[in-house]
Design a protein around this ligand. Sequence first.
Ligand code: GUN
Ligand code: FE
Length: 455
Amino acid sequence: MLDLDNIQLAIQGDSYHCPIKGEIEFNPNGLILVDHAGDIIATYRQDDLQYIQVLAQLQHANKLQVLNKGQYLLPGLVDLHCHASQWPQAGKGLDLPLYDWLQNYTFPLENRYQDNQLATAVYQDVSQRLLANGTTSAVYFASIYRQSTELLAKACLSIGQRAFVGKINMDNPEQCPDYYREASVADAIEDTELFIHNVQSLHGNQAGLVKPVITPRFVPSCSHELLKALGGLVQQHDLHMQTHCSESDWARDYSKQHYNMTDIELYAETGLLNHKSILAHSIFLTQSDITTIKQVDAGIAHCPLSNMFFANAAMPARELLNQDIHIGLGSDIAGAPTPSIFRSAFDAVSHSRVREEGVSIYLSAEQRGIANSRISFNEALWMATNGGGKVLKEKIGIFAPSFHFDAIVVEAKVQVGNLRIWPEFDSPQDVIEKIIALAQPENVSKVWVQGKQVI
Ligand code: GUN
Ligand code: FE
């Protein structure tokens, strides 16, 4: 017998998820039962023995939400790397390489976040736009300013988005402008500890929907002393750590020249690296770096479109997936302009295909690319959902008992957006590929986070 009192929400409909990397599981007319805390109690397939009986009980108790044909339930998307403060810059200023882009565009913009009014307006909008695109969990960089970064955490909490929010730390006077850096390591650490406390104790955040993240910007921005002090906080608290890792030739070379270490070696040496590390980009990893990442169970945020502008090379996503490194996707707003993780998934596929084929017409076809480096649409959706959950070590990204119910409904609507489904032509696999390629906010008609409907 079902304990009906325990059920907050029950949904019947066609759903997809990716419990296994590279495979999609289509569950036509399935049932998902969610408890009052927003966690999944049980899922049923149409051919399960209990299906008919459970369905009848839910119908009798009037507890069932039935999706229409043409509506598809998917796990909410996970954005592992988004600079919320850079949202006003999205779509412009991508003409410069990373160092110049930071100095000329990004640091002046981030410095504006001493203004709490501006921060509130931008942060509410970015959280809402990500949710509208189907991103139920987002990992954010904000700015060095603690107060306005707390406003980002507050905005996500009140909007109902699962969020991992970082107050940026950066202090190296050789790399950071005088107007935009921490006054001292002691100040940075004191501020970060206060930030952690304030976010954890936000009113309404008892269940931890919004979590503070320890956030050294990247190696060039931080003194060794600051990296070590933040590493101390990582050792002391059970918190996520996010940073940029080996993102470009320049960033990779900086660590080699200044420390004779790779970024990963330096993050490990300073105590920053562990199973809750979210390493954005990670393009130029050595085999030894990959072994370390695997040993400590850290994760990578693959940001394919941003890589086109800043990485100087193509991400070896295939090789990392083959070695079972945890990888999810990031938008990297505003190193890339789009807040859509479906778009990141599509870019991850196309990026890998360019890598496989190669680019130079002056080389023969055999010499041009790197054989077998493509990744599939199913792997890209896995990264956008389950992979992101594995990087975060959170129970998100699949529909399974005890996982949080973070979900979206995607549907094609005639005369709105570009997504068109033709039932007579499109198999379940075709539908999922079309969703990755074409879904826009117009097609995301419902969104739940932790069992609560937020769109
Ligand atoms: N490396 C250091 N800071 C940044 C940033 O803001 N964006 C990107 N893409 N890379 C960085
Ligand atoms: Fe970034």
